[in-house]
Unconditional design. Sequence first.
Length: 174
Amino acid sequence: MEPLFFSLIKITFTIGLLLVAAIILLKVYNERQKQPAGNPTEAEEKKILLPLRLQAYERLIMFLERINPGNLVMRLNRPDMTAIQFQSLLVRTIREEFEYNLSQQLYTSSKAWELVKNAKEETISLVNQASAKLPENASSAELARIFFDQFLNKDKSSVDLALDELKQEIRKSL
């Protein structure tokens, strides 16, 4: 009786192991079927996208630094220009640089992109407001002074808000 009992236990144990192995193999097979061979895994996708996202953040930060009134005026101001010419140059430069970086919105959150757009619009608005306060024959230096004054009188500029948001997103990405 004992040999028959031990034989049944061995057979039952062996069948149980085979069933467990079959279930595991079926689960692995199903997981692989769900993921087509051409699609990268999440880790591979992150490995590909992370450098692109970081480059996008870098370019947007560079854009924001370039439209920061202090940097913008120092880079573009020429004493021989009138305020109207300087206003035109400032606005054109901001818009061109923004258009150059439009594709970077693919790699940022909607919130960050909205803040970048707001920074561009606010900077253009400050230029236009400063220009409106000047007489027609004013110099570029007068426009620069009023533009700076308006910028400095703001509590926190939209350029700074956008920079802060981009830096937070970079930290989350890493």
